[in-house]
Design a protein around this ligand. Sequence first.
Ligand SMILES: NC(=O)c1ccc[n+]([C@@H]2O[C@H](COP(=O)([O-])OP(=O)(O)OC[C@H]3O[C@@H](n4cnc5c(N)ncnc54)[C@H](OP(=O)(O)O)[C@@H]3O)[C@@H](O)[C@H]2O)c1
Length: 351
Amino acid sequence: VRFDLILVGFGNVARRFVELLDEQRTALRRDFDVSTRVVGVVTRHAARLASPGSAALGAAPHSESHDRRGTARSQSRSTTEFIRRATRAHRASARGGRLVVVESTTLNVVDGRPGIDHVRAALAGGAHVITVNKGPAAFAYRLLTRAAARAKRRFLFEGAVMDGVPIFNLARESMPAVRITGFRGIVNTTTNFMLSAMERGERFDDALAAMQRAGIAEADATLDVDGWDAAAKVSALANVLMDARITPHDVHRRGINAAIARRADAALKNGRRMKLVAEATRRGTRVVARVGPRILDDDDFLTHIDGRQNALVLTTDLLGDIAVVQRGSGLTQTAYALLSDLLAIARDVRR
Ligand SMILES: NC(=O)c1ccc[n+]([C@@H]2O[C@H](COP(=O)([O-])OP(=O)(O)OC[C@H]3O[C@@H](n4cnc5c(N)ncnc54)[C@H](OP(=O)(O)O)[C@@H]3O)[C@@H](O)[C@H]2O)c1
């Protein structure tokens, strides 16, 4: 299968994804019969589109790009317009199921847009969508899944939670007929790292600055410390795994701050740990979801998930509790999420 890729967003993750495709080129061809070429790239500031007959674009959209500076509103409208134009220009590969929009724009916790609009425009143009943006699954999972089913295309988002560690794939592919009745986990690396640092006596501001320097904190770090990133992940997990119909605004949410950090320090002195716990449980027909700092006992599985680690415990009817632990996170893991989504589509196309 030769995939034509349209990159919507070209920041840290998308750049690493393009590199990863290059590094894995031989193995992808040999083991999966997959090759790729980038035919379009759009960011807030630049856009390039290759015509169907021409060679692939290089990986740098900023060269030879036309300038797109403007207001935020017109930028997002013009990105959606670009996706329409690009899918039309590449309709032959769209018809063959070989056109894939790779969505990696920034999370917007107000309403998940324009990420949602990008996914809809891509599906309407006959493209599959793979995304690392939490917004679409957190705000509009049901709508977008239906749109994908109507278009007979895939909408995949493994990278939305715990980078490339298979959570959604695990449930979708490996746990048929298993009912997930709840989950509990640590899913935000920035706050987990900060809480560990503050237990060692570091100040809140210094711990946050370190996360920003390491490129781990979100571009807008309040998304991490106020619990919005975790709330978006809980919403996506609950919608997909538990058939909930919630948005991040339905998640009871408390973040961390300097005062809470002192409680973390005090907890440690009593042999306990503070963690930002993300969880959801079913209450009758409703799913109740929350994110907040919790003091955990030593025998709690999540107590020892430190620093850069993430973990998620799924509670199920047929398999009991299943824990998935991610021991290191980084751009390669996130880029791998996109690669695993792409290979899932390749399996479909071959079938
Ligand atoms: N970094 C990680 O480790 C990680 C892990 C898991 C998930 N994620 C998620 O992955 C996504 C990307 O992360 P990142 O680190 O690559 O972010 P980033 O470096 O800030 O890149 C974001 C890209 O999206 C573009 N963009 C934003 N709004 C746009 C719009 N309306 N139209 C077109 N392009 C738009 C930006 O364009 P400009 O360059 O022109 O501003 C930039 O190219 C985020 O949703 C993040 O939450 C990241």
